[in-house]
Design a protein. Structure first.
Length: 335
């Protein structure tokens, strides 16, 4: 069975170096030096991010992956001046296109966008889709602690809807004050607090809240054909949509539909390497196999068992397995 995976990361050492010259992003301000060093190592030290030929192809062969949708995993820091950020984003996308163009049967790509300038971000999305054949964009975290339900970011979503391409959402570190308040404690080691605040829990919840804010903003009433992809089985939100319907009814939100309707119609989900049978079966039951795509979160996750066999050995029907493995990706991403 063909396998297409969507949350597969890439980075570029030259852009990492340029980015680092401007210091840490604002959301990491006020972290102590040890914690900041931990985060920088998490983001930049994995050489598999920049290796395309050897480690990546070996992984794809081992995991029976036919195609990866690549995304630039290191967002341009919000401390970078706007004009420089636009140049760096273009360079990141140009490098990514070189890879896709070299291996067109193996890779497609999501664009990275200069979120400090939403108008330019919309233009860059259009450039990448029309000139490079990119299949959407990946957005990480917030910008200057702003969520993207703010009206100034509407041009990005309007352009995605116009082009009929997806916006894929990825976690990023959350503001230092929130980390300190919720995730660090004297009752357990500091390194556990760091993991709790980031990949262990905190930044996933942050993305779930971010997407919910956009739903509540009416983004899908404005752009009914807009599509989001939410990783890590929906960042916790799928388990709360009935409760949100119960408490936040259309009569109060002013939305045209129930909150759950948007999560079932406009949003698609991936496991991002969380190979849990219980979550797979739950997501198929709630959202349907036609709203789930496959993703392995390369290179951040190591697998004891081949990911493809996890899907093939599941209790799903053959039709459901094919939808998740590749048919949904081909349909939604126009591959």
């Amino acid at each position: 069975m063909k396998i297409i995976t969507l949350e597969e990361h890439y980075s570029n050492l030259e852009i990492i170096e340029e980015n680092s010259k401007y210091g840490s992003p604002s959301y990491l301000n006020e972290l102590d030096d040890d914690t900041l060093e931990f985060y920088n190592k998490m983001r930049n030290s994995n050489d598999a991010l920049t290796d395309i030929n050897d480690k990546r192809f070996k992984f794809m062969e081992e995991q029976k992956v036919d195609m990866q949708i690549l995304s630039y995993t290191n967002p341009i820091s919000d401390s970078v001046p706007k004009e420089e950020a636009i140049k760096m984003v273009k360079k990141a996308n140009d490098y990514l296109y070189e890879i896709v163009n070299k291996y067109p049967q193996k890779f497609k790509a999501f664009a990275t966008l200069p979120m400090s300038d939403p108008i330019e971000a919309a233009k860059e999305l259009e450039r990448c889709v029309k000139e490079y054949g990119f299949v959407g964009a990946l957005i990480s975290g917030t910008h200057n602690n702003k969520f993207y339900d703010d009206e100034e970011f509407l041009p990005i979503f309007a352009k995605a809807a116009e082009l009929d391409v997806v916006i894929s959402w990825h976690p990023e570190y959350i503001p230092a004050k929130i980390q300190q308040h919720y995730y660090f404690s004297n009752s357990y080691p500091k390194n556990i607090g760091m993991q709790f605040a980031s990949a262990g829990f905190g930044w996933h919840l942050d993305v779930g809240i971010h997407i919910t804010r956009l739903v509540l903003s009416g983004i899908f009433d404005k752009f009914p054909n807009l599509k989001f992809i939410s990783g890590h089985w929906g960042e916790g939100i799928p388990f709360m949509i009935d409760r949100m319907d119960q408490i936040m009814k259309p009569s109060a939100t002013g939305l045209k539909k129930k909150i759950s309707d948007y999560f079932k119609e406009n949003i698609y989900y991936t496991p991002s390497g969380i190979l849990s049978s219980n979550q797979l079966e739950y997501m198929v039951k709630i959202f349907g196999a036609n709203h789930i795509l496959w993703a392995l979160d390369y290179p951040y996750i190591n697998f004891d068992k081949c990911s493809t066999y996890f899907l093939l050995d599941s209790n799903l029907t053959d039709e459901e397995k094919e939808l998740i493995a590749y048919k949904n990706a081909e349909r939604i991403l126009h591959i």
